[in-house]
Design a protein around this ligand. Structure first.
Ligand code: SF4
Length: 106
C-alpha cells in the first residue's frame, strides 16, 4: 500500500493513517517536524495524489484486513505532509464515509 498505514495502535486507540500528499509537501517548515525539512513548501491546492487511487487502496484494505476493522477508532488524514493541500479532501472524506462508519479525523 502506498497511501495507507495501519492499523496503528497508540495509547489504547487504533487508527488507520491515510496520506494525501507526496512526502513533505506542506505549507509550513516547522523546525520540530518529525518528518524533517519540507521538500515542497507550497500553499497551492491541487490533487497531489489522485483520490481514486487512495479510495482504491482503501477498498482493498477493507477487503484484506477485515479482521482489523474492529481495532480502529479513527481513520486519520495525515502522514507525509499537509492533507488539506489536496483539493479533493472533501470528496475523499465523503467516499470514506460511504464505505465505513469509522470516524474520520484530521
Ligand atoms: S507536516 Fe506538520 S509539523 Fe511538519 S512542517 Fe508541516 S505543519 Fe509542520
Amino acid at each position: 500500500m502506498l497511501y495507507l498505514y495501519g492499523p496503528l495502535i497508540r495509547a489504547g486507540s487504533g487508527f488507520l493513517r491515510i496520506t494525501l500528499t507526496p512526502y513533505k509537501t506542506c505549507d509550513f517548515d516547522c523546525i520540530y517536524c518529525q518528518l524533517g525539512k519540507t521538500k515542497d513548501l507550497t500553499a497551492a491546492r491541487k490533487e497531489y495524489i489522485p483520490i481514486a487511487e487512495i479510495i482504491g487502496e482503501f477498498r482493498a484494505w477493507l477487503e484484506n484486513y477485515a479482521q482489523s476493522i474492529g481495532q480502529l477508532n479513527y481513520i486519520t488524514l495525515s502522514g507525509s505532509g499537509e492533507p488539506i493541500l489536496n483539493e479533493k479532501i472533501s470528496q475523499l472524506i465523503a467516499q470514506i464515509k460511504s464505505l465505513t462508519d469509522i470516524p474520520v479525523r484530521y
